[in-house]
Design a protein around this ligand. Structure first.
Ligand code: NAD
Length: 266
């Protein structure tokens, strides 16, 4: 099996990555950053997001494993004091994997060129200053005119991130669905949008057609772009999935409870 350890630059993570690399080599694994079967991230959820974007051209061939150097994250199942157990799990690997939906983003720029992107958590469209005005279409049918800070379209695994801060529901990651949440919408006699999160079925898509001649900020997970005028953006569930090596299974709602509530009854 070819493995690659992808670490953030913090001291705890680089130390854990160094130790993990030694253990993997001693156990006979091939260290291969170009064509890994398994990418092990060491850091937090942000590190896994970075690794996902680094390897997003080969998602069907790669399984991810997340090691956290702090508390458990949403994409990290292992702690940095469990490296021996992780190496043992990798040695007993039979290719088990679990896949989760991704967000496909197709941007048409004002000059009619296009850009195609994939997000693991979410994509947003916002304005850096002043309010954003955009028409919203669902399956090519006009739905509403939105005015506010922006809109956020998330995957099920991304529903516990930015979308949740916007008042979105937490979606179980086995659902094939996308969620649209508003970021500070303006609702008064003149402007009216739904003012509630919406959850789209797998065969549905959303198109935003923002007002022309203004600059927008488009975010895709931890990246942002604001350099080109945008004509429209189409969001739908991607054909690709992200796959995680399935060595241990943490009950999804336990993870949510642990991350956000953390007060188990005696
Ligand atoms: P960061 O380091 O500031 O991360 C933000 C926090 O989001 C971290 O605590 C991280 O653990 C957590 N996080 C990331 N993915 C998560 C998930 N799927 N479920 C629950 N928590 C998750 O920034 P970053 O590492 O560059 O991460 C980018 C992410 O930050 C974006 O994808 C977005 O979801 C999130 N974000 C959130 C807000 C907000 O909540 N207001 C604003 C901007 C970005």
């Amino acid at each position: 099996m070819r493995v690659w350890v992808f670490s953030n630059s913090g001291t705890a993570s680089t130390n854990a990555a160094h130790s993990l690399n030694k253990k993997l080599k001693a156990a006979g694994f091939t260290i291969n950053p170009a064509r890994p079967d398994v990418v092990i991230t060491v850091g937090g959820d942000g590190t896994l997001l970075s690794a996902f974007h680094r390897y997003n051209a080969a998602l069907d061939k790669i399984r991810f494993v997340g090691v956290h150097t702090g508390h458990l994250g949403f994409y990290t199942d292992w702690r940095d004091y469990e490296l021996d157990e992780l190496v043992t799990a990798l040695k007993n690997d039979h290719g088990e994997r679990i896949g989760y939906p991704l967000l496909d983003i197709l941007v048409t720029y004002a000059d009619d060129t296009t850009g195609h992107y994939v997000a693991l958590n979410e994509a947003t469209l916002k304005r850096a200053s002043s309010t954003m005005k955009t028409d919203v279409y669902i399956k090519d049918n006009f739905f509403e005119s939105f005015r506010g800070d922006g809109l956020c379209i998330c995957t099920p695994t991304g529903s516990t991130a930015y979308s949740k801060s916007n008042g979105g529901a937490v979606l179980h990651p086995r659902l094939q669905a996308l969620q649209v949440t508003e970021i500070a919408s303006i609702n008064n006699r003149v402007f009216r949008s739904l003012s509630a999160p919406i959850i789209l079925a797998p065969d549905e898509w959303v198109v935003l057609k923002p007002a022309s001649d203004v600059q927008y900020v488009m975010t895709i997970d931890q990246f942002h772009m604001s350099d080109r005028p945008i004509k429209s953006v189409r969001y739908q569930i991607a054909d690709e999935h992200i796959y995680f090596a399935k060595y241990r299974h943490m009950h999804f709602w336990d993870r949510v409870e642990d991350a956000f509530i953390g007060a188990k009854k005696e």
